[in-house]
Design a protein around this ligand. Structure first.
Ligand code: NAD
Length: 279
């Protein structure tokens, strides 16, 4: 069993991002990222702080628009439109989830597709489905980059994705399909989850449920990617996979923390630099 070490790879990508930013600055371009954060969800604040810190370390200019949870949708849209026009901003990120009175899709669709470094705009979603050049969501591209680093080619692999959200499972499905994996995607209404997971050469889980995947649900020698982030009662970070018992059966597995999580931020920096290059 080998650990897929996202922490080390993310550090390597962040160093390269730093070098790329330095050379862009020599050409007079400072990549810029705007983050829109609504309300006071502690997890969202933590993620935004991590993203701001990563930008600062890399030399990317970042600005956070922090707004109260009762802000109007019109005001959010106005802020995004302002960022769309701002020549110093290459990427715009809307930290999800948004408060219930806000139409999330309407807000995401206001972001200019050229600045949509999270890949949530239907223009980029469509291009991803078609296998065209686009911004794709950072967590799934982080998983693809991690597989590539360990020379794991998804082509022909029986792959099972558990979790079918717009930001994790669905883009993961398209990225894998574009690399010719055979993809099976499961969700809350899937009958007999185990019958799907057990067949997988590559099992990718992004649900948000501690120990959802137990040892009996995993094929011997499988590659297991755990995207889930959960907090135990003791406040420890853990994934969706019962790591201790599943790991001995795997050929490769990601730990939580230190697996997919650090890759997500690294890919956000990479996407912002790509947007800046296209400025
Ligand atoms: P979500 O709530 O939007 O989607 C969860 C998905 O899991 C849904 O498709 C749902 O149908 C499915 N699901 C729920 N219970 C299930 C069950 N018992 N069996 C099978 N499927 C089930 O969540 P999300 O935003 O996609 O996030 C999923 C997890 O990934 C969370 O733990 C989140 O914190 C984590 N996450 C991690 C990163 C990272 O950088 N590592 C990034 C984004 C999300």
């Amino acid at each position: 069993m080998q650990i897929l070490d996202g922490k080390t790879l993310a550090a390597k990508i962040r160093q390269k991002a730093k070098d790329d930013v330095a050379s862009l600055k020599k050409q007079g371009v400072t990549p810029g990222l705007a983050v829109v954060l609504i309300g006071d969800d502690p997890a969202s604040h933590t993620y935004v702080n991590m993203k701001e810190k990563a930008c600062e370390e890399t030399g990317i200019y970042s600005i956070a628009h922090k707004m109260p949870s009762d802000i109007s949708q019109d005001k959010i849209i106005e802020t995004i439109e302002m960022m769309n026009k701002n020549q110093n901003i290459d990427g715009i990120l809307i930290q999800l989830p948004l408060p219930p009175h806000i139409d999330t899709q309407k807000v995401l669709q206001t972001v200019s597709p050229q600045k949509d470094v999270d890949g949530f705009h239907p223009f980029n979603v469509g291009n991803l489905v078609l296998g065209l050049d686009c911004f794709a969501p950072c967590t799934p591209i982080g998983v693809m980059r991690l597989l590539e680093e360990y020379d794991i080619d998804p082509k022909g692999l029986d792959t099972c994705i558990v979790g079918a959200s717009n930001i994790v499972g669905k883009p993961m499905m398209n990225l894998l399909l574009n690399k010719f994996a055979t993809v099976d995607i499961c969700h809350i209404h899937t009958k007999d989850l185990k019958s799907h997971t057990k067949r997988a050469d590559l099992l990718i889980v992004g649900v948000g449920k501690i120990n959802l995947i137990t040892e009996d649900m995993v094929k011997e020698g499988a590659i297991v990617i755990d995207i889930g982030i959960n907090k135990t009662q003791e406040g420890k970070l853990t994934g969706d996979v019962d790591f201790e018992n599943v790991a001995p059966k795997c050929s490769y597995i990601t730990p939580v923390p230190g697996g997919v999580g650090p890759m997500t931020i690294a890919m956000l920096l990479a996407n912002t630099i790509t947007a800046a290059r296209k400025r």
